[in-house]
Design a protein around this ligand. Structure first.
Ligand SMILES: [Zn+2]
Length: 106
């Protein structure tokens, strides 16, 4: 197992997880159950971590994340379910979690 991504924002880590999984790469989240009510831990200790199960998938997973972080050709989109504006980096509506990133783009 190798760590491929971590962020203090659980939503971003979950978003990356969905994107990598869609490419058929098995991943697991760590620290998933530590993010609430852990006031005694340093903040970094509670960051969600995304790991690839197979080390062989590491390079591909990292390139997927790199593509994701490169905002070329991506625009903000409007959720057709709740009407909220979403950043291009979100596959799911931040407000209602509708998987609408592609439908919402005109
Ligand atoms: Zn929405």
């Amino acid at each position: 197992m190798k760590l491929i991504y971590t962020n203090e924002n659980c939503f971003l880590v979950g978003n990356i997880k969905n994107i990598v999984q869609r490419k058929g790469i098995p991943v697991v989240l760590k620290n998933e159950f530590l993010s609430g009510g852990s006031g005694d831990l340093a903040p970094h200790d509670t960051w969600l971590e995304l790991w690839v199960v197979n080390d062989a998938d590491y390079d591909q997973a990292m390139s997927i994340i790199q593509d994701f972080n490169d905002p070329i050709d991506r625009e903000d989109w409007i959720c057709s379910s709740c009407g909220e504006k979403n950043s291009s980096s979100f596959e799911f509506c931040w407000n209602c979690q509708t998987d609408d990133a592609n439908k919402g783009r005109q």
